[in-house]
Design a protein around this ligand. Structure first.
Ligand code: PA5
Length: 481
């Protein structure tokens, strides 16, 4: 068993793009004696057997039509519909505002940040090759909404309102505020030409309004849940409006899905991630799973992972009805910035974390640090290195320091930050999540806790048919300073 899982890249196939280095999760690497015994992962080992069972559950769920996300890479019709809309309607505007929350925006934002690059919205139209600026409006914070509506011109802005259910209070409230602002700017007749909905194919208020008013609407397939929707029109539309190559993105996801179907654990990166992270939580006392990319463009990907892992695995009940109260705690961090913030805790605080580093091998842009101030030791040694080699040295140093301190880590290497690689990463973590759900014995596809919170909000705000919860007075007992 090799502790690195590489893309096998058969002859003629594109070069290796995503590989998982997991030696620092295994016993032999950990001087302190922690880590997983590699023999447990080998054929005949108990973790290999657990993986086989989890893969069986994956297949059952897929056969039952529950895993809509696995069909997305092959859904050429959805891809072409999105592409057509993005190339025509999407390009008439100077700004695209994506309105939604949770799974409706985290994937799209991760895609845009990773593939369009830093400061996209600050670039000139020429620098953006005339693709629109793209904004994500998620929180119904009056400050943010007011500032954004003052910044974009409603007459040249398209609002992509995304809600699978068409009922999430935050998104619906933002829609109402925006609709009024757009109507005030362009008149009620023209206003509908500034909206594009992404929602359930049949149900919900957005679908109804789309039908009644002739507003274009994309569909989220029924078996695709919010946090598994990044490769559906939810994430594809904003990506395509920004010029991302959808065929490459979905092609990379499809390739990765093939790898993640392998029954051989040593060749299945999703299986390895799921089995090792589950064992870290349940056996090695490491329930906190930190995703730490060393690339600013992947910061939002870590936030996407945080939601995927948390909302899928944090469950009160197992699928067999027994009470669980289980689930790892994901945490998004950024290297090297959080070396100066969280790392002290990771190194010397409770040994309850696994750090999953994300490394981009070919940075794409290179900046050489100039050789200046040769007499200043604090500056001279940096001259001649590149910023990307500095970042990688920091990552390597951090991984090694964690290892020496007996702290678990793994590294996911992305050969470069392009659509194909990113499609693979999205698919990898989605399959790993379903496998992890099986290992924890929970349903990774539902979110009863989120629904309960939504129900309380409806009740408090007086939505018809909902019941207001009785709130305990927060001042009860007089505790207020
Ligand atoms: O992943 C999920 O299911 C949730 O995070 C939803 O995406 C989120 O609650 C928004 O739901 P909707 O798209 O129905 O507005």
């Amino acid at each position: 068993m090799t502790p690195t899982h590489d893309d096998p890249s058969p002859e003629g196939a594109p070069p290796s793009r995503v590989s998982l280095a997991y030696a620092n999760l295994l016993g032999p690497a950990m001087d302190s004696g922690g880590g997983v015994d590699p023999l447990r992962l080998a054929p005949g080992g108990d973790l290999d057997a657990r993986f086989a069972e989890a893969l069986g559950v994956f297949h059952e769920r897929e056969a039952a039509g529950e895993l809509g996300f696995v069909a997305l890479p092959g859904d050429a019709e959805a891809r072409d519909t999105v592409q057509e809309l993005a190339d025509s309607f999407g390009q008439w505007f100077e700004d695209l505002v994506v309105v939604g929350i949770g799974g409706s925006t985290l994937g799209g934002r991760a895609l845009a940040d990773a593939l369009l690059g830093s400061h996209w919205n600050d670039r000139t139209p020429d620098e953006r090759e005339h693709y629109p600026r793209i904004h994500f409006l998620e929180n119904p914070d009056p400050d943010t909404v007011t500032a954004l509506l003052a910044r974009v011109d409603p007459r040249t802005t398209l609002f992509n309102v995304i809600s699978k259910s068409g009922s999430t209070a935050e998104t619906m409230a933002l829609f109402l505020v925006i609709e009024e602002a757009v109507e005030a700017a362009v008149g009620p007749e023209k206003a509908r030409g500034h909206f594009l909905f992404t929602t359930d194919p049949e149900d919900g208020v957005l679908r109804r309004l789309a039908r009644e008013r002739g507003i274009p609407a994309l569909s989220v397939p029924p078996a695709v849940g919010g946090r598994f929707s990044v490769l559906s029109p939810v994430g594809l539309l904003p990506a395509a409006v920004g010029g991302v190559d959808l065929a490459e993105l979905l092609g990379g996801a499809g390739d990765m899905l093939g790898r993640c179907r392998s029954p051989r654990l040593a060749e299945n990166p999703a299986g390895l991630l799921a089995v090792l992270l589950h064992a870290a939580d349940r056996e090695l006392g490491a329930p906190i799973h930190v995703m730490m990319p060393y690339a600013d463009r992947l910061r939002s990907l870590a936030l996407w992972f945080q939601q995927l892992w948390a909302e899928s695995l944090g469950k009160a009940r197992r699928t067999d009805g027994t009470s669980a109260g289980t689930g790892p705690t994901p945490l998004a961090a950024l290297g090297a910035v959080d070396q100066h913030s969280l790392l002290q805790l990771f190194m010397e605080g409770p040994a309850d974390k696994v750090v999953i580093f994300l490394r981009v091998v070919e940075a794409g842009v290179s900046v050489t640090i100039p050789r200046r101030h040769p007499a200043e030791p604090a500056l001279a040694y940096l001259g001649g290195h590149t910023l990307e080699s500095l970042l990688e040295a920091e990552r390597r140093a951090t991984a090694e320091a964690l290892r020496v301190a007996g702290r678990l880590s793994a590294t996911l290497e992305l050969s470069r930050l392009d659509a194909r690689t990113l499609g693979g990463v999205f698919m990898l973590f989605q399959v790993a999540t379903v496998l992890a759900g099986a290992l924890y014995g929970v349903n990774p596809l539902d979110q009863p806790g989120v629904e309960a919170g939504k129900g309380f909000t409806y009740g408090l705000l007086g939505r018809e048919g909902s019941t207001a919860p009785t709130l305990r007075d927060e001042d009860e007992g007089g505790f207020r300073a």
